[in-house]
Design a protein around this ligand. Structure first.
Ligand SMILES: Cc1cc2nc3c(=O)[nH]c(=O)nc-3n(C[C@H](O)[C@H](O)[C@H](O)COP(=O)(O)OP(=O)(O)OC[C@H]3O[C@@H](n4cnc5c(N)ncnc54)[C@H](O)[C@@H]3O)c2cc1C
Length: 439
């Protein structure tokens, strides 16, 4: 519902979250009808938990680049982006009063903290706060079940949604209203890191669209995705689109529709269908997270099943530092910290090591991934960790990877392990002594 002021002037705020794009952004399109629009973004402030705090330098770098790209695109249309550090529930009411704002629009996102934050904003702001769909393939109304009846496992979910239509991509708004008079926009800080040569992705829609084009059309890599997707490294082994999908610089519908076009114009085979299935995994975790709420972060997961584990801080510190007794895991962890990236197979191996070899609480591993992954996405990260730990949606009750076997299959000549220094110990060395375990 649109709130119209007596003067006929409609000043509105559009609050960007995980939808850092102009194209296919229903919320932005709706608020582009205002007479003045203030575009804002709040810098993430993850709560310290599980011995982890802050965000890693590569994740920060990618986010800054994404925001700068969004800001440039807005500026090209007479708009701008106000990036704020602070609590939305405190700053939005101030901004609303200062600029006499009539309503606020924001993209919906999953995650308990995010939902609670929205409720706090709603309670304080005193004007309508409208939620818009943003980062999923399907709208809630399209789903053939109510949220409470969402399948707990992937296969029945896939069977019920895979034939649904994917909405056409909405255009970039032709024109955007100007910011309210008097709004001030400071420059964004410079990133502390450059992209690592091992993963050179840059933030922003243009870079994401270029990657989509290069991977799908120029290299035709979607046509043999099934054969290469499990590789630990390799520029075209998998789509590597997740960083842009996670912060919404790319719309997942855009990626899906491009895949369908590739299938019509180039080839439709097992590989292209497998890629579609992976997009459905992302969708599954998203809608599950909405239903699971706080259970997504519970040690016993969605079923309340308590796994036997004991927290040993040095074992966790060694895993984080890439200094375990498993060279492949060490290489993977160093790749993660230095680049902000790890392949899907690599994540499964590193996660299985933490849960099964080190016997640690899975949430500590998930928190460390959250800090460093440039494609961090609350639903996919915590959902996949639960899956490996056997407290999520895996019908087989968890995955225990044989690390020696994984190394033999995916790094047979040890090239990946050597490249990331997996055999080199780090300083300081940690002592693992039975006497140091908590009783
Ligand atoms: C322990 C663990 C933690 C993970 N944390 C994240 C995370 O924070 N953010 C994230 O986006 N993915 C996460 N994943 C899923 C997966 O590893 C990444 O999506 C994938 O590696 C991204 O690489 P890609 O873009 O080349 O994927 P591709 O193989 O090209 O797949 C295409 C897209 O499908 C989606 N996708 C693929 N596999 C999965 C999956 N298992 N779960 C959900 N979506 C999937 C991604 O959006 C991906 O971009 C995690 C997996 C594990 C095992």
């Amino acid at each position: 519902m649109r709130a119209i002021s007596f003067s006929g002037v409609m000043r509105e705020i559009y609050w960007f979250r995980d939808d850092l794009r102009l194209q296919d952004n229903p919320g932005l399109l709706e608020h582009a009808q205002a007479t003045a629009l203030l575009c804002v973004f709040f810098w993430p402030r993850p709560r310290p938990w599980c011995n982890v705090s802050g965000i890693g330098v590569q994740r920060e770098r990618f986010l800054l680049e994404s925001l700068q790209a969004l800001r440039d695109a807005l500026r090209a249309r007479g708009q701008d982006l106000l990036v704020l550090h602070g609590a939305p529930e405190l700053l939005l009411p101030e901004l609303a009063a200062q600029h006499r704002i009539a309503r606020i629009g924001v993209a919906s996102s999953v995650g308990v903290d995010e939902q609670r934050q929205l409720e706090r904003v709603r309670g304080r702001v005193g004007i309508p706060l409208e939620l818009h769909p943003a980062n999923t393939l399907f709208r809630q109304e399209q789903l053939p079940f109510v949220p409470g009846e969402m399948p707990r496992q992937f296969t029945p979910f896939r069977e019920r949604v895979e034939a649904l239509d994917v909405d056409a991509v909405q255009p970039v708004p032709d024109a955007l209203p100007p910011p309210p008079r008097g709004a001030r926009f400071a420059a964004l800080p410079r990133a502390l890191a450059s992209p690592h040569p091992g993963f050179t992705a840059r933030g922003g829609t243009a870079a994401g669209e270029q990657r989509l084009y290069d991977w799908m059309w120029r290299e035709r890599a979607a046509a043999h995705y099934k054969d290469t997707r499990n590789a630990l490294d390799g520029l075209y082994a998998s789509g590597r689109l997740s960083p842009w999908l996670a912060n919404g610089s790319l719309s997942v519908r855009q990626v899906a529709l491009e895949l369908f076009r590739f299938e019509r114009e180039e080839t439709r085979n097992e590989s292209t269908r497998w890629f579609w299935q992976e997009l459905l995994w992302r969708e599954f975790f998203h809608w599950r997270a909405r239903v699971d709420g706080v259970r997504l972060f519970a040690p016993g997961g969605i079923g309340g099943r308590r796994a036997l584990c004991c927290f040993e801080p040095r074992a966790f510190a060694r895993w984080c530092a890439g200094d375990t007794d498993h060279p492949l895991v060490n290489a993977l962890m160093r790749q993660l910290v230095q680049t902000g990236w790890m392949s899907n197979r690599g994540r499964q191996i590193a996660a299985s090591c933490l849960v099964n070899e080190l016997g640690l609480d899975w949430r500590y591993g998930a928190a460390f991934f959250e800090k460093h992954l440039i494609d961090y996405d609350v639903a996919s990260n915590y959902g996949n960790w639960q899956y490996i730990a056997g407290v999520g949606c895996d019908p087989r009750g968890g995955r225990h990877f044989n690390l020696a076997k994984q190394a033999a299959i995916f790094d047979p000549d040890g090239e990946f392990t050597r490249a990331w220094g997996g055999l080199r110990p780090v300083q300081p060395r940690y002592v693992v002594d039975a006497a140091d375990w908590p009783i």
